[in-house]
Design a protein around this ligand. Structure first.
Ligand SMILES: Nc1ncnc2c1ncn2[C@@H]1O[C@H](COP(=O)(O)OP(=O)(O)OP(=O)(O)O)[C@@H](O)[C@H]1O
Ligand SMILES: [Mg+2]
Length: 502
């Protein structure tokens, strides 16, 4: 669906300032729809080459009543004789009321309000409801409708939306939040039931109507500020964490003077409590990450200590391998802990893992150079750890075996280990190619009993649901290891949480 400014650009010749004005108006008009118990529609005359009629720029339904239009009409063009009241309002530039026959049996009462920017009428805000609903039933309804008419007058004069629109940090207020109507002296003229409850929670025991807004316990300077700035003022009260209230104070203006205000009060106690819980959960998670990291370091040092005491070269090598494996997991862990959400771009992990492997080479028989190509995309955190271990083993094998006994060429050319990450629609391919001596004669992956490849095979096949192959490089020397993981395994659990197929 097209946005308001897209529709303006497409169908009208409005300036950017005029579009912004309408944007501001529609950011607050949910409240106006509530106050009028009616649908609000924003029409603009089409302009530009060969354009005629009225284009509907926006539609807001009330939360206080039933909508007239169930269908989405935004973007449609109306011929002026279908909305004569709107057309008249545009032509004369004054608020216009009237009845319009819609469909076979519906008589719709329309109040059309010119929307003015710098004295110029650029659009019409129409309040539309069934004629039969025109007689208000309760005091609350009458009050809200009167307040709506005051806002309508302000729109007509160009006083609303306010000049200086405080960008609403909070969601736009609706009347269900609780509404207080205040006069120019700050006396409460009307308080909706939800507003009364909110004030009770603040500790106010007296009747709200007749009291001064300053005595309610709400932010006392709010009203004066709103009058002085001729704009909305938002304030948040956090009563010692017992009650948290957000109030929006919207002044009612008549040219230079403020004739009163409405104050919308929303109880956000639950929201704020949840915010605080989230913050404390976040701290706990950080603390856990920290401890895990420390634990991994402790494990590494224990293994290293134990390794030093051993006489057997083989046993020492085994423990060194383990130190390296733990280090690889620590690298992944650290990256995961630093990412704000669970998903990590796997590519970011490859460099640190290469470093872990490089550090394990104590006396290089030949210098090595590692290159990385492509992107693996984002993986769920559990897969990330598993795939990181797999990649480390493959890299380690290249370092350990590919250049064993190889003579260093005259040129001093380093051995090249190339890592390719290729995320395709159906799978992720990870390829590690070296240009070393190649696999031993008669090598068979399925029968290989080394720990490294056993880990790789188990992880790839059972945890990642993928396949692994090791084969000689076709042209030249060396080994290429390829891991393929199907896409179905690469998305998070939330992607599986689809509606069950009937
Ligand atoms: N890139 C490679 N180039 C040459 N030979 C390789 C390569 N990768 C694996 N191999 C061969 O496969 C064997 C099995 O590897 P595997 O990783 O399972 O065990 P390992 O490396 O010998 O011991 P570990 O990984 O447990 O320290 C190796 O001993 C080696 O002979
Ligand atoms: Mg190995």
């Amino acid at each position: 669906m097209a946005t308001l400014s897209e529709l303006c650009r497409e169908h009208t010749t409005m300036s950017e300032a005029e579009r912004d004005h309408l944007q501001d108006l529609t950011s607050l008009w949910g409240l106006l729809a509530d106050l009028s118990f009616a649908d609000l529609l924003l029409y603009a005359p089409k302009a530009g080459e060969g354009q005629t009629g009225l284009v509907l720029l926006g539609h807001m339904r009330p939360t206080t009543g039933v909508t007239l239009y169930r269908a989405d009409l935004v973007g449609q063009t109306f011929s002026p004789d279908r909305r004569p009241v709107v057309d008249e309002c545009l032509a004369n530039g004054v608020i216009t009321e009237g009845l319009v026959q819609i469909g076979a049996d519906r008589e719709v009462s329309i109040r059309a309000v010119p929307v003015r920017v710098d004295g110029q009428v650029v659009a019409v805000l129409a309040r539309e409801r069934l004629f039969s609903e025109d007689r208000p039933a309760t005091v609350q309804e009458r009050t809200y409708r009167r307040v709506f008419r005051r806002f309508a007058d302000m729109i007509d004069r160009g006083d609303f939306p306010y000049q200086e629109e405080e960008r609403l940090r909070h969601r736009t207020p609706r009347v269900g939040d609780g509404l207080l109507l205040v006069d120019a002296e700050g006396h409460i003229e009307f308080a909706s039931p939800n507003a009364v409850s909110a004030l009770h929670r603040l500790g106010m025991r007296r009747a709200a109507v007749g009291s001064r807004l300053e005595d309610t316990g709400l932010e006392a300077t709010m009203l004066r500020q709103a009058f002085a700035r001729r704009a909305a003022v938002i304030s948040e009260l956090d009563e010692g964490r017992e009650v948290a209230l957000v109030s929006h104070c919207l002044p009612l203006l008549d040219g230079r003077t403020a004739t009163g205000a409405i104050v919308l009060v929303r109880d956000v106690t639950d929201l704020r409590r949840r915010d605080r819980q989230l913050v404390s959960k976040d701290t706990t998670i950080r603390e856990i990450h920290h401890r895990v990291k420390n634990n991994l370091q402790t494990i590494s040092s224990l293994l290293r200590l134990q390794g030093r005491r051993l006489k057997s070269v083989e046993a020492r090598a085994a423990l060194e391998e383990s130190v390296r494996r733990v280090a690889a997991i620590a690298v992944v862990h650290e990256t995961l802990a630093q990412s704000p959400d669970d998903d990590v771009a796997f590519t970011d992990l490859v460099r640190p893992l290469v470093r872990v492997v490089e550090e394990s080479v104590s006396s290089p028989e030949r210098p090595l150079s590692f290159t990385v190509e492509g992107e693996a995309g984002v993986l769920p955190s559990q897969m990330t750890t598993t795939l990181a271990v797999v990649l480390t083993e493959l890299l380690q094998n290249a370092v350990d075996h590919a250049y064993r006994g190889a003579t260093v060429p005259e040129s001093g050319e380093p051995g090249r280990v190339h890592i390719v990450l290729d995320r395709r629609t159906d799978m992720l391919l990870v390829r590690v190619t070296d240009d070393g001596v190649g696999l031993p004669e008669g090598f068979n992956l399925a029968e290989s009993d080394g720990l490294g490849l056993t880990i790789v095979r188990t992880f790839v096949e059972s945890e990642l649901g993928g396949t692994i192959t090791l084969s000689p490089v076709k042209k030249g020397t060396g080994t290429v290891a390829e891991v393929r993981i199907p896409s179905s395994r690469l998305s998070g659990p939330w992607d599986d949480a689809q509606e069950p197929v009937a």
